[in-house]
Design a protein around this ligand. Structure first.
Ligand code: GDP
Length: 464
């Protein structure tokens, strides 16, 4: 009996001193978070296709295993169900991220070089925290009053790129009576119409759709903290719709935004931001411009200036941030460098725009799950590089060319070029590929593009 207590104590002590890496995985809806985590974990568990992760290439990862996560109140990332969706006989894409979740993967690693002779393997815990990027973009709300926020949203809605999308909401808004006593039906109608506008903005590939929980409510759907909308500026009397919306906006900041940053965000030490850059490029110049702005907002969240609300609650500082353009398997590898260069230029630009302090950043073009193979054909006497995959709707194979990205990212990003070019043609819209049929031999992981390089940047130094 005594022995087992001692054993338990010693294993707790061990666990206390084992290094923990908290890796945040974020990105807007459909950026590829669920697929990224599933493929990363599957590849690490099998020590599969990870040659660019140095510890794996050196054969120093002795065992990898899943363990109960340390946070009892956060839902567990449903790895097994997501992997089953991808690896069954009829593979399909798993359900996307809708709220925060977590998974602990533990790696037993031998140290590199001469140190390995002096000490045995140690266990490194990788706590992966998956959360919607929409929640991150709520940060600027913390510094705004309801009136500031309303004004900003209304100004944005009148811009040419958004005016058509905003029309249905704005017509509901003209019926609002902010000075009249609160009517819950009216409040809900306003919030519904406004949420419809935010969804349309996101659907058009544009950003700027805070409050993030309106589109990604998690377990707060239908709650009063999410039942408000912008109203024209005014001094609203107590008991009116205007005053109640003002109160709910403040409640949203206090009860939703603040706890997320305090309890979850502040504990992350490595972060990957997944970006559907190809989707934005396809959607057009305004979407790229929006992407550029949201990257700056995101970077600012990771390293806020001193004396800001966020800096006062940040427990630890994020040491590394990877911006990864996902779904690179839509392009032939001859174009991957161009996609990576666009991503790098966006990051460099975001660093200049944000008042950014420290943290290593990197940009990559990746595919967490490679759904295509490459093919070269002759077209009108010229070689054309295609990608071939099974289409999601028909199940038939198709070989397609999405178009050519510019060699120089400046051609796409320079503001003077805004509105000028269309870089990805209509074939890109057809490119809804199904996941590949995975016929994996033991010890093999799902196919990917540069997932191992992403892992090396994010955690490689902690496995040395
Ligand atoms: P989330 O909302 O960020 O969790 O996004 P998901 O991981 O669910 O990905 C959204 C969709 O993007 C998937 O259903 C796939 O259609 C597509 N997708 C994600 N990753 C890849 C990838 O590596 N290759 C390809 N071809 N499609 C991907």
């Amino acid at each position: 009996m005594l022995r087992s207590v001692e054993e338990a104590q010693s294993s707790t002590r061990e666990a206390l001193f084992d290094p923990v890496i908290r890796l945040g995985v974020t990105g807007l809806s459909k950026a590829g978070k669920t697929v990224f985590i599933t493929s990363l974990v599957a590849n690490l568990l099998n020590r599969g296709r990870m040659p660019q992760l140095q510890a794996a290439a050196d054969g120093r990862i002795e065992v990898a295993f899943l363990q109960p996560q340390p946070d009892d109140t956060i839902p567990r990332f449903d790895f097994e169900r997501h992997l089953a969706a991808l690896s069954g006989p009829d593979p399909h894409w798993p359900d996307s991220t809708r709220a925060i979740s977590q998974l602990r993967l533990s790696l037993k690693v031998r140290r590199g070089s001469w140190i390995s002779g002096l000490s045995g393997p140690r266990t490194v815990h990788l706590d992966i925290v998956d959360y919607p990027g929409e929640w991150l973009l709520d940060l600027p709300l913390m510094g705004m009053s309801y009136a500031d926020w309303s004004q900003g949203v209304l100004d944005g809605a009148r811009q040419p790129a958004r005016a058509t999308l905003a029309a249905p909401w704005l017509s509901v808004l003209t019926d609002a009576a902010p000075d009249a006593p609160l009517d819950e039906g009216e409040a809900q109608a306003q919030a519904r119409a406004f949420t419809g506008y935010l969804a349309a903005v996101r659907g058009a590939g544009l950003s700027g759709f805070a409050p993030g929980r309106f589109l990604m409510p998690g377990d707060l759907e239908g709650s009063p903290a999410l039942t408000f909308a912008p109203l024209p500026a005014g001094k609203y009397r107590s008991g009116t719709l205007g005053r109640e919306f003002e109160r709910r906006f403040e409640a949203y900041k206090r009860l939703v935004v603040k706890p997320f940053f305090r309890d979850h965000f502040s504990r992350i030490d490595r972060q990957v931001v997944l970006v559907d850059a190809l989707g934005a490029i396809h959607a057009g110049p305004q979407a790229v411009e929006d992407l550029r702005q949201s990257m700056a907002d995101i970077l600012q969240a990771f390293r806020p200036g001193p004396n800001t609300w966020l800096s006062s609650i940040l427990g630890r500082r994020v040491e590394r941030v990877l911006f990864a353009a996902t779904k690179a398997d839509h392009l032939h590898h001859s174009q991957h460098d161009r996609l990576a260069a666009i991503m790098s230029a966006l990051v460099a630009d975001a660093r200049t725009r944000a008042d950014f302090r420290g943290a290593r950043t990197e940009a990559l073009a990746i595919a967490a799950l490679r759904a295509t193979v490459e093919q070269r054909v002759q077209h009108q006497g010229e070689a054309l590089d295609l990608v071939r995959g099974r289409l999601l709707d028909t199940g038939k194979e198709a070989a397609l060319h999405a178009g050519d990205l510019p060699r120089d990212p400046g051609q796409l990003l320079a503001p003077a070029r805004k509105g000028a070019e269309k870089w990805l043609d209509d074939s890109y819209s057809v490119m809804q590929f199904a996941p590949p049929r995975l016929d994996l031999s033991p010890g093999d992981g799902p196919p990917h593009i540069r997932l191992d390089r992403a892992a090396e940047f994010l955690i490689g130094d902690r496995l040395r």
